[in-house]
Write a protein that binds this ligand. Structure first.
Ligand SMILES: *Cc1c(COP(=O)(O)O)cnc(C)c1O
Length: 370
């Protein structure tokens, strides 16, 4: 089976993890957490990095650090993972959705302002499948309407917008290091920011909000979102190879592009002038012209030993929102279309040219034999 994504753990991972075990530094203190935070945040062009337990907790921590709570609204793309809306709901705030661009599949900045009202506190662009959002346009609205910008860069390690790395562009950037992300710790996440005060609040909140002067005395509710030194040991070893992983993802995309571009019925991912896309997952849309629908293609590929995945469902209309009393007003035609037609191909950093040839040949045969 050619998997959708495998982690590549052939670097210093084992050595650093063994070091944790041999030195007894297995909890969230220890040198790897610090080294990983410093290294990765600098890579994103941010002064501060706060390692946490997942991408979902990174998003929650960011919202909590900005004191976003009940009565506040946060603007999200209609097409993203549920974590984005969950994080808003954890804080008792309300997610408000905008549709996405039909080609980048990212939040459409032109649709943001009409959703802003006096309750709106923040906007959360999500760099979907590794393509950065149009950040200048989003920042312009945020500046005009005094909103915070929280980037969800969980799929965009190393991606660039006009030469600036994803995660370091808004007020706060959030990353995931889940096993299929471009850099992994198994499970893990990080908040990055240039704002010292936000960073300080994140550090305190993630560690139960202990008072420094009076331990075990708590002014506010806190969380335990601490990443362990063992996770950070893996993360640091992965980070050492970030350039290689990003280059591999981009090479995969180029090979797919060359081999698939003339197959009718496949809409391939784009890379805008302003963007360096890291192609976390190589996603594409299947249109009628292919002569076979997405589900049939996926079933056929599976039989040929090729694993694929469907895109996210659009968030508006999902049961958890209704149960939370959120009315996702409006229509989201682009999000609904890509959710219906989108799938991604094997995309790991360890894919070989032979495997990519196999996937593309299989798609070509399916199209011919329809
Ligand atoms: C993976 C992902 C997350 C969640 O990260 P976890 O570490 O799985 O909690 C959040 N946002 C986006 C866009 C993601 O792809």
């Amino acid at each position: 089976m050619i998997p959708v994504c495998n982690p590549m753990l052939g670097g210093n991972e084992q050595k650093y993890v063994n070091d944790c075990l041999q030195t007894n530094w297995i909890s969230s203190s220890g040198k790897y957490v610090k080294a990983f935070e410093e290294g990765f945040s600098a890579y994103c062009g941010a002064r501060h990095g706060i390692a946490v337990t997942s991408g979902t907790t990174a998003l929650h921590l960011a919202l909590a650090a900005l004191k976003i709570g009940p009565g506040d609204e946060v603007i999200l793309p209609a097409f993203t993972i549920a974590s984005c809306a969950f994080a808003v709901l954890y804080q008792g705030a309300t997610p408000v959705f905008v549709d996405v661009e039909p080609d980048t599949w990212n939040m459409d900045p032109r649709l943001v302002e009409e959703k802003v009202n006096r309750r709106t506190r923040a906007v959360m662009p999500v760099h979907i499948y590794g393509h950065p959002c149009d950040m200048d346009a989003i920042r312009a609205v945020a500046r005009r309407r005094k909103l915070r910008v929280i980037e969800d860069a969980a799929e965009a390690h190393g991606a660039e917008y006009k030469g600036q790395r994803a995660g370091g562009i808004g007020d706060i950037g959030c990353f995931s290091f889940y096993a299929n992300k471009i850099i992994t710790c198994g499970e893990g996440g990080m908040v990055v920011t240039n704002d010292a005060q936000i960073a300080e609040r994140c550090r305190s909140l993630k560690n139960l909000n202990f008072l420094t002067q009076k331990r075990f005395w708590h002014q506010d509710v806190g969380f335990n979102y601490r990443m362990t030194n063992i996770q950070a040991a893996i993360g640091l070893a992965q980070f050492e190879r970030a350039a290689e992983f990003v280059a591999n993802r981009r090479r995969n995309a180029q090979l797919y592009q060359e081999r698939l571009k003339d197959i009718p019925g496949l809409v391939l991912p784009v890379e805008k002038d302003y963007a360096k896309n890291v192609y976390w997952m190589y996603g594409l849309l299947v249109t009628r012209e292919f002569g076979m629908n997405r589900e049939q293609i996926m079933a056929n590929l599976r039989e040929m030993g090729i694993e694929t995945r469907t895109f996210f469902y659009a968030l508006p209309g999902q049961p958890f929102l209704r149960k939370a009393g959120v009315k996702a007003g409006g229509r989201f035609p682009a999000a609904r279309r890509i959710a219906r037609e989108g799938m991604y191909l094997p995309s790991g950093s360890d894919l070989t040219v032979t495997q990519i040839d196999q996937v593309c040949e299989a798609l070509r045969r399916l199209r011919k034999g329809r």
